[in-house]
Design a protein around this ligand. Structure first.
Ligand code: FES
Ligand SMILES: [Fe+2]
Length: 422
């Protein structure tokens, strides 16, 4: 990462420490309606406008580095096949055979020359064209040109591959979707990564509750007192909104070592974890030698799949390095499953109790507030065209709870320092 960016991050974290363990604060508290997590109509709008109407991260570019490399996943019941073609272009298709609808490719793989449907053996080229139906006499006269795989919009930027389910082939400008965050992600160097493994977990909660647990550090010292809290901090954290996307910085306790080193020698890693929030549903946790990609995939209003992929941040780690990285992945998934997602499932169950109509997000949870503001803005404005934070004064918009003497400007930068109670 650019040295000036690293030092800006470290300076801000050290300023919070010097101020008595403060943290970045939102301008005001935020009350988020419980209905946004449970209502079927709302869920249908999210599927239509966010998951099918917006670019969604399907994988990293390194997952499909060479022609024939491919990844499959399901996004709100749409099976998706992402593959790099012989011309080097990454394309995305509905992973559905045009004969009778069977899934054409399973899992992921490298160097495929074509994809053959397991049912009756129809095969498709990497660019989706139907090669030939088996049993030519049975399909004599079939127009092959209209029976290729159904293509959707797909594009790459900063080492991320996006698909837009309702978009036409060639219509996705992934760099525009990433906006200013793209330059920083290029700097992070996702293109050098190597995929190690992917695991999925199906849980009984709305997808946004899954997202919520990644968007604040407030819970670390309490929920994770016997796990993460020994190494990483609840306080001294940063949040920066970047259009609809965001970046959260979580310091490790090891950052105390910088007190005894000149600023010019301060390293960023291993003293922070960078969490990139790519709307609507993707989180990248970047650490020194590995990165976790979390894709939060809705499966109904009250059920979601957490798809977690592990990457080494440099190609071909040593056996020892790979073991260490995989061990860290085991640990983080275990904690997230047993602690975070357990809390989120409790929260989802509590929605039926009638105890509250809103969840309250504190000023010390700016990433959480921005997540929901961005989602509301994308729902209201159709996602692709506009990423302004939602207008709090809009009738029917989420309620904002003003603090005495605080600005009501919802669009104010999230980055505020040092005004937290000790
Ligand atoms: S369903 Fe694919 S070949 Fe028949
Ligand atoms: Fe957590």
């Amino acid at each position: 990462m650019e040295r000036a960016r690293e030092l800006d991050i470290l300076d801000r974290v050290m300023a919070h420490r010097a101020a008595g363990n403060t943290t970045d604060m939102a301008p005001e508290m935020y009350a988020n309606p419980v209905a946004t997590y449970v209502e079927g109509d709302r869920y249908e709008r999210e599927v239509e406008r966010l998951f099918r109407g917006c670019p969604i991260v399907a994988c990293l570019s390194c997952d499909v580095a060479d022609p024939g490399d491919h990844v499959t996943l399901s996004i709100t019941d749409v099976p998706v096949l992402v593959v790099r073609g012989e011309d080097g272009t990454v394309r995305a298709f509905r992973n559905v055979c045009r004969h009778r609808g069977v899934t054409v490719a399973e899992g992921r793989g490298c160097g495929a020359r074509s994809f053959m449907c397991p049912f009756h053996g129809w095969s498709y080229r990497l660019d989706g064209r139907l090669v030939n139906p088996t049993h030519r006499a049975g399909f004599a006269g079939l127009d092959r040109s209209t029976h290729g795989l159904s293509e959707m919009a797909c594009g790459e930027a900063a080492g991320l591959v996006f698909v837009h389910i309702d978009g036409a082939a060639g219509s996705l400008d992934a760099a525009e979707w990433l906006g200013d965050l793209g330059a920083e992600l290029i700097d992070v160097g996702l293109g050098r990564y190597e995929h190690l493994e992917t695991r999925s977990s199906h849980r009984a909660m709305n997808w946004k509750l899954m997202g919520d647990t990644f968007c604040e550090q407030y819970h670390l010292r309490h929920l994770h007192h016997a796990s993460f809290a020994a190494a990483i901090q609840s306080d001294n954290s940063l949040y920066d909104a970047s259009g609809r996307h965001g970046r959260m910085v979580t310091p490790a306790f090891s950052i105390e070592a910088l007190d005894h080193r000149p600023r010019s020698e301060w390293p960023l890693f291993p003293h922070v974890v960078l969490s990139y929030m790519i709307r609507p549903n993707t989180i990248l946790l970047v650490q020194r030698d590995h990165t976790e990609l979390f894709q939060l995939l809705p499966d109904g209003a009250g059920h979601s799949i957490s798809r977690a992929s592990l990457y080494s941040t440099g190609a071909a780690p040593s056996d020892t390095g790979r073991q260490r990285i995989t061990g860290a992945f085991d640990m983080i998934l275990d904690v997230i499953d047993r602690e975070d997602y357990e809390m989120c499932e409790q929260t989802q169950r509590s929605f039926g109790s009638g105890a509250q109509r809103e969840l309250l997000f504190g000023r010390n949870e700016p990433g959480l507030i921005h997540f929901h503001q961005s989602i509301e803005a994308m729902l209201q404005h159709g996602g692709l065209r506009d990423h302004r934070p939602v207008d709090a004064s809009r009738p029917g918009g989420p309620a904002h709870v003003p603090l005495p003497g605080r600005s009501m400007a919802v669009a104010a930068p999230m980055r505020q320092r040092g005004d937290q109670d000790p």
